[in-house]
Ligand binder design. Structure first.
Ligand code: ADP
Ligand code: MG
Ligand code: MG
Length: 783
């Protein structure tokens, strides 16, 4: 069995695809070496060694020692140095590297192989005693910490003492003699702590470090990390042993990290930082202020330290070529580590770079345009959740903010405005052109006009499904709900959080994470479903809630109690909801239609293409329901057009989410201009199965083979699908070419989408403000 894989000098036993065996770091070191990038030579002990190590009571496979010795000889040959040699010693780094990145699980040991003899050789060859003893004392400290398990604080104390003795403040002000003495102090401390000498034998050091990496796989930190990230214990970690290169040998040396493109906005700019005369993690550790790579970045950040492009122009050009080479090869943005030793550049690591949603989109689009990847590859790289993030206005992540309280992100997006405490005040101020933020203990249907007038909503009670949350989502207003730390005093018109008090009229910002949507859709149709809040969620349930509502609304508690009882429903999912609510309270329908049309008009006025608003009526069972509400929508549209002095196109359609609606599809199509199959409700009503309660027994149904798939996840094609088919046929017979789609969780399930395609549906959508997300999922499913 091959337990050890070599890399270096333009060749490697491994490849990037072998992450399972070599770990992420090892596989990419091999790949970089094999495409000719300057990687210091080394070798990787595979993850299988780790697995065997644990299977065999923490012992190594018998062949391992021999294979390591051979690989080490290869590194010596490639580097022209010898491990443990007293004239030209090879020094090593021992680096952990699991399949999935597990940052912080184990630290790397650098400068391994130093002892009282090799350090003298290092001093002589580099001509720099200070450098040599600094490397040595760093090694003793790191090894003692990582391998011998000795508290770092012991060494920190000794370092402090050395500085005091010399009368200096900074580490780098210590001279060679101080450091030499410090190493002796360190070693004496080690003896006190473990009752043994610090190992001087380089081979003993090497196996000590290798063992520490494998043992670290089972330490508590790693176990917890794996649990949190769903990483199987059986994966194991690899160990990479690599020749050291030194970025800290003088002013022609440096170390740095870089992204091949800007990870925050995706711009095709080389983006990174470096430090002259530094080693390892000095750059990220923030010991000194790092310098920019490019002149452009230096200028844009207003830094007065010169960039790499200026300090080492030749190395910079070389690095740019490698950047190109890496992107062409990996076809994605890379995150790299590099070190410059005496004007020679080395690559120490590469991996796919993490990026913001914004950058992900930009990079995918750019790379497709550059021909680096195909359009379908670009599409597949975008996770629907990423796009969702992009569609809501958010706070500038870099902006300075004082967070005064937290709640639940009930409706995404950010909003700022003058604080008001009543719906009427919100409307009054909004009429005067002020931007307001409505703050309520909890909202009720009476507040709906205030919700509409406000930029956003903050409530101190209620959760993700509270009235404020449901309504705000429906209207595209950002909402933070249940910010319990906020005390609202309606009478004094102020809120307080701890020692912070905000009066009515002061500006407050909420960040929950929609005119915006219309703007992005740029004239294309946007479908918005009318509010379908189950009425029971508005109703105060407990005595305390009722008291609160009574106080807030200024009505006697008895009346609230009576009203709550009246509104209580035995089976709310089949109760007074959907269009039924709008039939009884047409103002709800009117209010929402108004919100939609005004948003559309606002985009038009701001110079954008006026979007085609598609208004969708939920839970329709009969033609009459639809006719009544369509008339309300039409009247509202006419009113808004007149008020705004502009015309826009809109369509009224219906959700098909009841079996009766499927059977009556022919009739409904006379009035409805499009259908959207609400497959969540349609599944509930067809199966007679409540989605919220199914969890209790569905697993058993699955286990017994009664259902193959949770019908709420993957559309039940035989039952629910059959009804959809009937409705599609009947609808299109009545209205030729009628637009039809589905709306619901099934929109994210490829099998369901494929079925929808087959029966002739045109589109897939999720919640109204996630239309583009669903589109992406559909496009990905079609590939
Ligand atoms: P991590 O997984 O935390 O990134 P690494 O194995 O990459 O750990 O090592 C930590 C630091 O040590 C990095 O900054 C890297 O540049 C440096 N380093 C690792 N190997 C070498 C080497 N062979 N020569 C010089 N520096 C190295
Ligand atoms: Mg690290
Ligand atoms: Mg690293």
């Amino acid at each position: 069995v091959q337990w050890v894989y070599n890399f270096g000098a333009g060749a490697a036993d491994g490849r990037a695809e072998m992450k399972n065996l070599l770990g992420g770091k090892g596989a990419n070191l091999a790949e970089m070496a094999s495409i000719g990038l300057p990687v210091p030579p080394g070798f990787t002990l595979t993850t299988e060694v780790c697995t065997r190590f644990y299977e065999d009571k923490c012992t190594y496979p018998t062949e391992l020692k021999g294979q390591v010795a051979k690989a080490l000889a290869r590194v010596e040959e490639r580097s022209g140095q010898k491990f443990g040699d007293a004239t030209n010693p090879l020094l090593l780094s021992v680096r952990s590297g699991a399949r999935a990145s597990m940052p912080g699980m184990m630290d790397t040991v650098l400068n391994l192989g130093l002892n009282d003899w090799t350090v003298a050789a290092l001093a002589k060859r580099s001509g720099d005693r200070r450098f040599a003893y600094d490397s040595y004392r760093r090694f003793v400290q790191m090894y003692s910490d990582v391998v011998l398990g000795i508290e770092l604080s012991h060494f920190e104390k000794l370092l402090e003492r050395a500085k005091q003795r010399r009368g200096v403040k900074q580490d780098h002000e210590l001279v060679a003699e101080d450091l030499e003495k410090l190493v002796m102090d360190y070693k004496a401390r080690v003896h006190v702590e473990i009752g043994m000498d610090f190992p001087e034998d380089p081979h003993e050091q090497l196996w000590g470090a290798v063992g520490a990496v494998f043992n670290s796989w089972m330490n508590q930190r790693a176990k917890t990390y794996r649990q949190l990230h769903d990483i199987p214990e059986s994966w194991g970690t690899a160990v990479n042993v690599q020749a050291m290169v030194f970025g800290n040998m003088g002013s022609d040396c440096a170390t740095g990290v870089a992204f091949t493109r800007n990870p925050s906005n995706g711009a095709n700019d080389f983006y990174g930082e470096f430090l002259v005369n530094a080693q390892g993690e000095d750059v990220v550790a923030g010991i000194r202020t790092p310098q920019e790579l490019t002149i452009k970045a230096r200028k844009s950040h207003g830094s007065d330290l010169p960039s790499l492009e200026e300090v080492m122009p030749n190395i910079f050009r070389e690095l740019c070529t490698m950047r190109q080479q890496l992107e062409t090869h990996y076809k994605d943005m890379q995150d790299i580590e590099f070190t410059i030793q005496q004007n020679k550049l080395y690559m120490l690591q590469t991996r796919t770079g993490k990026r913001t949603a914004h950058a992900a989109l930009q990079i995918a689009v750019d790379m497709a345009n550059e021909g680096l990847i195909s359009k379908s590859q670009a599409l597949m790289r975008l996770k629907p959740e990423l796009i969702d993030q992009l569609l809501h206005p958010t706070l500038d992540p870099k902006a300075k903010k004082q967070v005064i309280a937290k709640g639940l992100p009930a409706s995404p997006g950010a909003a700022a405005g003058k604080v008001v405490f009543s719906a009427d005040e919100a409307v009054r101020r909004a009429k005067d052109g002020e931007k307001v933020l409505l703050v309520r203990i909890e909202t009720s249907p009476d507040d709906i006009h205030g919700l509409h007038a406000a930029e956003g909503v903050l409530t101190t009670r209620g959760g993700m499904t509270s009235h404020a949350a449901v309504v705000a989502r429906g209207m595209g207003r950002p909402c933070v709900a249940g910010a319990g730390a906020v005390q609202v005093d309606y009478a004094a018109a102020r809120l307080s959080v701890g020692s912070v008090t905000v009066q009515e009229g002061q500006i407050l910002t909420i960040d929950g994470d929609i005119t915006e949507l219309f703007r992005i859709m740029d004239g294309r149709p946007v479908t918005v479903r009318l509010l379908d809040p189950p009425l029971h969620e508005f109703i105060p349930h407990t005595e305390a809630e009722m008291a609160q509502v009574a106080k807030a609304a200024g009505v006697p508690l008895n009346r609230v109690r009576r009203r709550a009882a009246e509104l209580q429903e035995a089976n709310p999912m089949l109760g007074h909801r959907g269009c039924r609510l709008a039939i009884t309270y047409p103002e709800i329908c009117e209010m929402q239609a108004r919100a939609i049309f005004e948003a559309a008009a606002a985009v038009g006025k701001a110079g954008g293409a006026v979007p085609v608003a598609e208004v969708m009526v939920p839970l329709v069972a009969t033609l009459q329901e639809l006719s009544i509400l369509k008339e309300v929508v039409e009247k509202t549209a006419a009113a808004v057009q007149k008020e705004q002095g502009m015309n826009f196109t809109y369509r009224v359609g219906t959700m098909i989410e009841l079996p009766r609606a499927c059977l009556q599809a022919g009739k409904l199509a006379e009035q409805a201009e499009f259908f959207s199959f609400g497959t969540n409700d349609l599944t509930q009503t067809t199966y007679g199965l409540s989605r919220d309660d199914a969890g209790a027994f569905l697993p058993e149904y699955k286990a017994k083979g009664i259902v193959e798939q949770d019908p709420f996840v993957s559309l039940d094609q035989e039952g629910v699908g059959e009804l959809i088919k009937v409705a599609v046929e009947r609808g299109r017979t009545a209205r030729d070419g009628m637009k039809m789609g589905i709306c619901g969780e099934h929109g994210g399930d490829p099998a369901s989408i494929e079925f929808c395609n087959k029966v002739g549906l045109d589109y897939v959508s999720c919640s109204p403000f996630r239309v583009p997300v669903a589109r992406l999922a559909a496009a990905q499913a079609a590939l």
